[in-house]
Write a protein that binds this ligand. Structure first.
Ligand code: CA
Length: 226
């Protein structure tokens, strides 16, 4: 008996990933750790230090230090904010996301947010774009978790907050590591490939269904929920 749909945020509700990918690639490459924008999509969901360490291991043969991670992440945030400021200040909605949310609500199901983002303004932004869908008690953010995706922790925490078990939920995710986290939590996972990645990467992580866009998901959601 389905009770809730658990939504990832970046790349599912907001088209923020191009800005993150631009900022990651620019700052890391300037720092002497060559990184492509597509690498950012492949690592989407990791913590900042987790992402940076992938590249320090590759090019320097060691993990990133806490100081390096803080400095690089601080610069990445500045570049990301500049990128967004040049494009109207905030990431646009992902086309089709509002239809998906409305359909989920019409079926009487809870909407739960599960994001690695820890922005202060997160709830206000959700409310401005998707009014009435999310409440703080049913949100897991970067501030709540210790490990983050691809660890199942954030999805397990979301189930606990909603008071439901894994077989009473489904997940909507766009990133391979997000799919891995949700599948590891034992939840039926729908992948939506809103970025430039090979869709096979999402299937390889165990996604049960795959759609090329949130619009495509919204067109099939009725059948899935019934
Ligand atoms: Ca995402």
């Amino acid at each position: 008996m389905l009770k809730a749909v658990l939504f990832d945020m970046d790349g599912v509700l907001f088209d923020s990933m191009p800005g993150h990918a631009y900022a990651w690639a620019k700052v890391m490459t300037e720092y002497g750790l060559p990184m492509r924008e597509v690498d950012a999509f492949e690592n989407e969901g990791r913590t900042g230090i987790g992402t940076i360490s992938i590249f320090t291991r590759r090019y320097l043969g060691r993990d990133a230090t806490e100081e390096e991670a803080q400095e690089l992440y601080r610069r990445k945030t500045i570049v990301f904010n500049e990128y967004m400021a040049a494009r109207g200040g905030e990431a646009p909605e992902i086309p089709g996301a509002a239809e998906v949310l409305n359909n989920v609500r019409a079926h009487g199901l809870m909407r739960v947010l599960v994001t690695g983002s820890a922005q202060q303004s997160l709830l206000a932004r959700l409310e401005a774009h998707y009014p009435g869908h999310f409440v703080p008690e049913l949100m897991v953010t970067g501030d709540d978790v210790r490990y983050g995706k691809p660890n199942p922790e954030p999805y397990l925490m979301a189930l606990k907050k909603a008071g439901i078990s894994a077989n009473e939920a489904i997940v909507v995710e766009n990133a391979p590591l997000g799919v891995r986290a949700a599948v590891a939590a034992g939840i039926f996972t729908i992948a939506v490939n809103t970025g430039p990645l090979d869709p096979q990467l999402l299937l390889d992580e165990g996604a049960s269904l795959l759609f090329p866009s949130m619009q495509a998901l919204s067109e099939h959601l009725g059948e899935i929920l019934n």
